[in-house]
Design a protein around this ligand. Structure first.
Ligand SMILES: Cc1cc2nc3c(=O)[nH]c(=O)nc-3n(C[C@H](O)[C@H](O)[C@H](O)COP(=O)(O)OP(=O)(O)OC[C@H]3O[C@@H](n4cnc5c(N)ncnc54)[C@H](O)[C@@H]3O)c2cc1C
Length: 411
């Protein structure tokens, strides 16, 4: 039997998270081995071709809002030609009035200047975005094919080793190395540093080293609607992306005069079934009407041409889990990306490379990644003692006894 290879850095998972992190190590001159149970990159949730990205501006957790701004700037700088900037409009919530001064102050407090986020009343929004609703215009908002991006990041490279069709089922500490074993217990390789970017697959891997993470699956279905050129809907189709209760891409005009419009998505907590459902398309149809403010309209139902179904991985507190697992030196996690794979994978690449290589925190610090934000992302937050003072490189937990996360927050 051949002697299993040793790699300095192994990444488990070749979705958008693993691909982005691996690429960051390559770009810094390091060799990396990527392992995935599938036969090619981006076969699971990252087979998604219509993901949007924008800094979040809601009234939610201030740490989440600060983190999305930093992650957005990193994502925008990262994906070059994959990045399709079309702008995203976020309508004012129905139960809130439009107060420009208050909104401007809120956006300013989030570090978002007029170039990144601009309040618009309904008249201005109609002129700029073709949408007659007040809200905030995010001109740098964009969409991205996660599938294309992950495949491009994992193109053949002299320092990249890929191992497909290889399911790692458990990890074992061997001195200062980690042994990675398959389902039959066969040692596949050893590594000094293991980055686990395996979405829900992270949970059993962590359990194999006695770490319990509160991860759960959330099924989602995105509908691809086809709209005939004479359809009454045509007059209401947006020319920019919209993000509110659900999201949509700009409607795409096709050569024959018809339109293709991508609208999503369902959020089915605790479910992981990949079958398409008519009920999810119906849900998306209702979201579509809400996004363009047509709740009372009697427009015909939209024709479903296709759909995308994926399973998100979500942590108990809805924040991603990114960083060194300080209780298990040499293990790093990038999971629970939820509905923000574009943003969190860009942040994970910079943060995990900086932690694993012990350098280059300057960029992250300059962007505003402070110790409290690092602690909010750190795997250690799920362990007893996680509230110990966070060091510059992440929260230090006093022991590895898992604690239950707080109640789930808003989506
Ligand atoms: C309907 C829907 C809409 C979405 N919309 C957006 C959006 O608009 N914007 C956005 O940013 N995000 C969006 N997302 C979320 C985004 O798709 C995910 O956050 C992202 O794809 C997760 O990437 P990942 O690399 O963490 O996981 P995955 O893509 O699931 O990759 C995990 C990989 O790990 C491998 N793996 C797992 N376990 C093992 C193991 N033990 N051994 C070896 N390999 C293993 C799997 O084979 C897989 O390839 C959406 C998701 C859904 C479902």
């Amino acid at each position: 039997m051949p002697i299993p290879q040793h790699h300095e850095i192994v990444v488990i998972g070749a979705g958008i998270a693993g691909a982005t992190i691996a690429n960051e190590f390559l770009a810094r001159g390091h060799s990396v081995c990527v392992v995935d149970s599938a036969s090619s990159p981006a076969s699971a949730c990252s087979s998604h071709a219509y993901a949007i990205a924008h800094p979040h501006i809601g009234r939610g957790s201030p740490r989440l809002l600060r983190l999305t701004r930093i992650a957005f700037l990193l994502a925008e700088a990262r994906w070059g030609k994959q990045w399709h900037q079309h702008g995203i409009f976020q309508p004012t919530k129905k139960d809130r009035g439009f107060d420009r001064v208050e909104l401007e102050q809120h956006l300013q407090a989030l570090g978002l200047d007029g170039e990144m986020a601009k309040p618009l009343d309904a008249k201005e929004a109609l002129v700029l975005c073709g949408i007659q609703q007040s809200g905030v215009w995010l001109p740098r908002g964009a969409s991205l094919s996660l599938f294309d991006a992950a495949n491009e990041l994992l193109q053949i490279h002299e320092r990249l080793t890929t191992l497909w069709d290889t399911h790692i089922s458990h990890l074992e500490a061997r001195g200062d190395q980690w042994a990675l074993c398959d389902d039959s217990g066969t040692l596949m390789m050893t590594a000094s540093k293991v980055i686990i970017a395996a979405a829900m697959g992270t949970k059993p891997l962590m359990a194999s080293i006695n770490v319990r993470l509160p991860l759960k699956p959330v099924r989602g279905q995105l509908s691809i609607f086809s709209i005939n050129k004479n359809d009454a809907w045509v007059a209401h189709l947006p020319r920019v992306g919209i993000s509110g209760d659900g999201y949509c891409l700009p409607a795409q005009a096709l050569a024959d005069g018809s339109y293709r419009w991508i609208v999503g998505s369902s959020f089915d907590e605790g479910e992981d079934d990949l079958q398409a459902r008519d009920s999810s398309d119906q849900f998306n149809y209702e979201q579509a009407k809400g996004l363009v403010d047509l709740m009372a309209g009697d427009l015909p139902t939209l024709k479903v041409e296709d759909c995308f179904v994926g399973v998100r991985c979500v942590a108990g507190d809805r924040l991603p889990i990114i960083g060194a697992l300080t209780q298990r030196p040499g293990i790093f996690l990038a999971t629970a990306l939820g509905s923000r794979g574009v943003l969190w994978s860009a942040l994970a690449a910079k943060l995990i490379a900086a932690q694993a290589l012990g350098d280059d925190f300057a960029l992250l610090a300059r962007l505003g990644l402070t110790a409290d934000l690092l602690a909010a992302l750190a795997p250690a937050r799920f362990f007893a003692g996680a509230l110990a003072t966070p060091s510059a490189l992440g929260a230090l937990a006093s022991n590895s006894k898992p604690i239950l996360p707080s109640d789930p927050r808003a989506k």
